[in-house]
Design a protein around this ligand. Structure first.
Ligand code: AMP
Ligand code: MG
Length: 272
């Protein structure tokens, strides 16, 4: 259907993503203009809608999507655009905020595990258990030896999920520091966007380099065959949407799903 090649964005297991060498504004995935790209995206939305219905109808497979990014990186907007038109039944979004007291009283994977998909479902993690090697690392919320052990724990957790039938795709929406400045400024300047701004975001922005380093290492340590990271150039929103949609379409098409067979005899029933 499309000529979008997603392979350059998928991080091979055991390799570093080299974020510093990846241009967040690059547009190699789709060489058409924005208008054509948006039109193409409508077709992809329709395809994703069909595939999600099939996943739900078949009721066997489970899909987990993880979204991570710096503030303003486009996690919410990706969810809105990529899943536009998809039946909300069968798609759950879990947003991971600062842990509550109850969450902190458990192990860090507890709150994530509860939101993993059931058969026939798609779960979207808006932030995720990866915050426990990102913000936790940069803000020194737990000692290094502790967060460092989490890479292996997360690999094991995700392998267990995969062995239990969960297909996992993890997206890092890669924006530039300059693009973040634009987006933060417009959150302040435009009244209907102000609610998205929080003063803490400025403190996080000051630690940009430390966060990039944390993302770099997190991706290198946890991109695995059953649960790969995809580094999405995300300065251009419409390019970002095309790449994320394409990865999900390819993933769902690869699951070889079938509508369930009718019960014997149904073909001869006529409703009076
Ligand atoms: P937002 O996504 O803008 O609603 O912000 C959610 C905030 O919760 C971000 O500042 C995250 O860094 C923070 N957060 C999410 N998970 C954790 C965690 N495990 N520990 C500490 N802070 C977290
Ligand atoms: Mg925020």
């Amino acid at each position: 259907m499309t000529a979008i090649d997603t392979t350059p964005f998928i991080v091979s297991p055991g390799t570093r993503p080299h974020l510093e060498k990846r241009d967040p504004a690059e547009s190699s995935a789709y060489d058409g203009d924005k208008k054509d790209g948006k039109e193409l995206h409508l077709t992809m939305n329709a395809r994703l809608e069909e595939l999600q219905e099939l996943l739900y109808a078949e009721g066997k497979q489970k899909l987990l999507i993880v979204l991570q990014a710096m503030d303003t990186g486009g996690k919410d907007s990706t969810i809105r655009h990529v899943f536009d038109g998809v039946n909300p039944q069968g798609v759950k979004v879990a947003s991971f905020k600062k842990p509550t007291e109850t969450e902190l009283a458990h192990d860090y994977l507890w709150r994530a595990h509860r939101h993993t998909p059931a058969r026939g479902e798609i779960s979207i993690f808006n932030r995720s258990h990866y915050e426990d090697v990102l913000v936790v690392r940069v803000e020194n919320l737990v000692p290094e030896e502790k967060w460092r052990r989490r890479y292996a724990q997360i690999r094991d957790f995700e392998r267990m999920l995969a062995e239990e039938g969960v297909t996992i795709r993890k997206f890092f929406l890669h924006i530039s520091k300059a693009e973040q400045r634009e987006r933060m400024q417009s959150r302040l300047d435009e009244p209907h966007k102000r609610w998205k701004f929080s003063a803490g975001d400025l403190e996080v922005r000051k630690k940009w380099d430390a966060y990039q380093e944390a993302f770099e290492e997190m991706i290198a340590e946890t991109s695995t065959e059953p649960a790969p990271w995809i580094v999405v150039p995300a300065d251009r929103k419409w390019q970002r949407n095309l790449i994320v949609s394409q990865v999900l379409i390819e993933t769902l098409e690869g699951l070889d799903m079938q509508y369930p067979d009718p019960e014997p005899g149904w073909e001869s029933i006529t409703i009076e």
